[in-house]
Structures are given as C-alpha cells and as structure tokens.
Design a protein around this ligand. Structure first.
Ligand code: ZN
Length: 434
C-alpha cells in the first residue's frame, strides 16, 4: 500500500485536523460536563459548612438541580451543534446552499448577501426548539422565566429586524472591500469592523437597548445620594442612573456600568434593587466601577482588536488556498467571488480550534473579577459585597459546589467560596473556609 503524503495533500490534512479537533473538543466537553454533574450531585445533600448559616438546604438543592438540568441540556446542545457543524462543512451543506443560490441569483453581491442571510436563517431555525425549551421549560420550571410567548415572539422579530438593518449594510461593505481593495483587503476590513464595534458600544445603550427594555431614571433619593457619593469617591461621573425593567423577562438580577465618554450610564435591573439593601447595591456597583478603574474594559477591547486582526489576516491567506474550501467540504466558486463563502467557513471552523485556548481567557477574566472585588472592598465594605453576592448566587440558583476543573475551563467568575474568602475580614474567615 502506498504511503499517503499528507503534506502533498493539504486538503486531506485539513479535513483530518478539523475532524480530529472536533472529536477531541467533544470528548473534552463531555468529560468536563460529567465531572461537573458528578461533583454537584455529590454535594447536593448538604450545604457546604462555610455557607450553612446563610443558605438554606432548599436553596442549595434548587441550585444543584438547576445546574444539573442546565448541564443535561448543554449535552444535547453540544451534540446538536456538532452534528449541524458537520452538516454545514464536511457533509456539504454550505456548499449546496451556495450552489443553489448561485443558480437562482447568479454571481454577485446579491448572491453573497443571500448566502449570509440564508445561513443565518437556517442556523437560527435549527436552534429554535432548544431555545424555546430553555426559556419555556427549563427556566420556567425553576421560576426564572417571566416571558410570555407573545413577548418572546416580539423580541425575536425585533432583534431579527435590528440585526438585518445593521448587519446587512456592514456585511455588504466588508464584502465590497474584500473585492475592491486588493491584497491588503483584510487590513481595511478589520479597520471598518473595529470602527463598527466602537460605534456599537456607543449606540447600544442609548439606541438599541431601549427598543427591548424600559429605562427609567433612578428615583429612590437615598440610593441616588449613596450611589452618587460612591461614584465621586471613586472618581467617576455618569450621565445618568437608570433602572431597567429586567423583571419583564427574567428573575435573574444584574447591574452594569456601560458606555463611553458622555454616553456613560449606570443601569440597575429592577430585580436587583428589589432584593438588595442600599449598602449592598453600592458594593455591587463598586465592583463594576473596579472593572473600569483597573482598565479591564479597555484591555478587553484592545484584546478583541488584536485577535480580530490576527483572524482577518489569517482569513486573508486561507481564502486564497483551494484546500481551505475543499478540506472543509466546500467546492469553491470558479468564476465568482468566494468572499462570503470563505467568511462563513472561517467563522464555522475556527471555534473548533480556538476552544482549546478558552481556559486562558477564562483565567484572565477570573483574575479581573478578583481585582474588581478588591476595589469594591476598598471603597465600600467586604461584608456588604459578600452579602450581596450570596443573595445573587441564591437568586440565580448558582451552585456553590462546582467542579474545580470545570471552573478552571469555563467560569468567567471565580467560585463563590474563593471569592467570599478574599472579601471578608479575617474574623469572619470561617464563613469562607470551605
Ligand atoms: Zn465583574
């Protein structure tokens, strides 16, 4: 039998590398998920000693059951996601869609935009049943869902419309640049994409978010005075303090500090204000301010810029190789541009490979959370922040006993015991010993 020279056949090499990475990532995800399930189930019967005074057994078990239910749904999502990905790529789905649209519309910008739009429509239709199940069965069962089917449908229509109105012109612009600006198109496209993202940061809080939620100025005078004093103390000014009607959709609570320059605003979910005392709200806001003071937001944006640049440059090289298409199950167009095809294929295939470096970013994010916590403790109070976090953990049914390896791989926030241990004075450290 003759030996296959893989280097001489880059298309086959890519197919094998892609299939191997997909299989490996599935095995890894499955292993991590089963570790999490085992760990949470094992600790379901007793509240960890450190939280015995503050969390009831019923709340602890609800968190365990919610975590297990989400993990099971996650397995289903994972299997479906892998099957759909294979369908688009190696099994020829994207290629077939491309050919069908080519026969219908002929070569040109219309065909390319139709390919992007068709892909988006088909993908979200496939995801629909699981999305519905998650909202109306899983979240409903644990008392989190506050959405009616009508509101859900209105959201879907609105977000599709906004997505198309914003997405199609920017997609057309990038496709046009890919065709018109020569060998360095990726540098130009990257510049436009980054400009678009910065613009989105400015217009999202003021123009887009209000399409979905009502933002009313914070009226509680006591809280307003407290929050304003806190912000002055930390050297911040904001254009406004707002309350968002988060309870319209979900019982999960949150707060955020958003925007740039003059558009900066503080937003509290009504669910958060209903649950936390004024000093606790202060501590949660101080945590958010900590992210700004430590420049986490800027760092994240700079990192996004750098990663996108690398991505665009890589795409610029790959899309000129025929093996990039054939290796991933797509027949490239011969007499028509492959720009939209290459873009989609790249966005589909890349996450399979980048999954393995995800823990690096999760680790960085957890480091930032510790820094923001430390900032909040320095400017407000550790016990208040700890009390607020515990309430949020309880209300969101977040498990207090996650598997450490699962945390290391996926969690953007450190586990509860680790976090509380750092924010409480030594005298009450027994609370966080577990
Ligand atoms: Zn944070």
């Amino acid at each position: 039998m003759p030996e296959t020279n893989y280097l001489a056949n880059p298309s086959l090499t890519l197919t094998i590398a892609f299939a191997a990475a997909l299989l490996l990532s599935l095995l890894l995800k499955f292993w991590l998920s089963s570790r999490q399930v085992r760990h949470v189930a094992l600790h379901r019967d007793a509240v960890p000693a450190a939280f015995a005074q503050t969390i009831t057994l019923a709340a602890h078990q609800k968190a365990a059951d919610y975590t297990l239910a989400k993990a099971r749904l996650g397995l289903l999502e994972m299997a479906l996601g892998a099957a759909v990905l294979l369908g688009w790529t190696l099994l020829g789905g994207l290629s077939a869609l491309n050919v069908a649209l080519m026969q219908w519309l002929g070569a040109g910008m219309m065909q390319q935009l139709a390919l992007l739009l068709g892909f988006a429509l088909i993908s979200s239709t496939i995801d629909l049943p699981l999305t519905l199940y998650q909202t109306f069965v899983l979240e409903e069962r644990f008392g989190f869902n506050k959405m009616t089917f009508k509101l859900w449908l209105a959201d879907l229509l609105k977000s599709s419309l906004v997505g198309a109105l914003i997405g199609l012109p920017i997609a057309a612009l990038i496709l046009w640049m890919m065709a018109a600006t020569g060998g360095l198109w990726w540098l130009w496209a990257w510049g436009v994409w980054m400009g678009f993202n910065l613009l989105l940061l400015v217009i999202y809080p003021t123009l887009i978010a209000p399409l979905f939620n009502k933002f009313t100025p914070l009226e509680d005078a006591t809280l307003k005075a407290r929050v304003t004093a806190l912000m002055q103390r930390c050297g911040f000014s904001a254009k406004g303090l707002f309350v968002m009607d988060g309870s319209k959709r979900s019982a999960h609570a949150n707060a955020y500090f958003t925007g740039f320059g003059a558009a900066k605003r503080v937003v509290f979910f009504d669910t958060l204000l209903a649950r936390l005392s004024a000093p606790e709200v202060d501590a949660v806001l101080a945590h958010e301010l900590g992210h700004f003071k430590h420049r986490h937001v800027i760092k994240r944006i700079v990192a996004m810029f750098a990663i996108s640049l690398a991505g665009f440059a890589l795409l610029g090289t790959l899309m000129q190789q025929s093996w990039f298409y054939t290796g991933l199950g797509v027949m490239p167009n011969v007499a028509a541009p492959n720009d939209a095809l290459a873009l989609l294929l790249f966005l589909l295939a890349m996450p399979v490979f980048t999954f393995f470096i995800a823990p690096i970013f999760a680790q960085l994010s957890r480091k930032h959370e510790f820094e923001a916590d430390a900032f909040a403790v320095a400017h407000t109070s550790g016990p208040d922040l700890a009390a607020a976090l515990l309430k949020l953990y309880e209300d969101n049914a977040s498990t207090l006993t996650p598997d450490p390896l699962y945390v290391a791989f996926y969690y953007s926030h450190p586990g509860a015991s680790e976090r509380l241990a750092r924010m409480l004075p030594p005298a009450s450290a027994t609370l966080a010993a577990g």
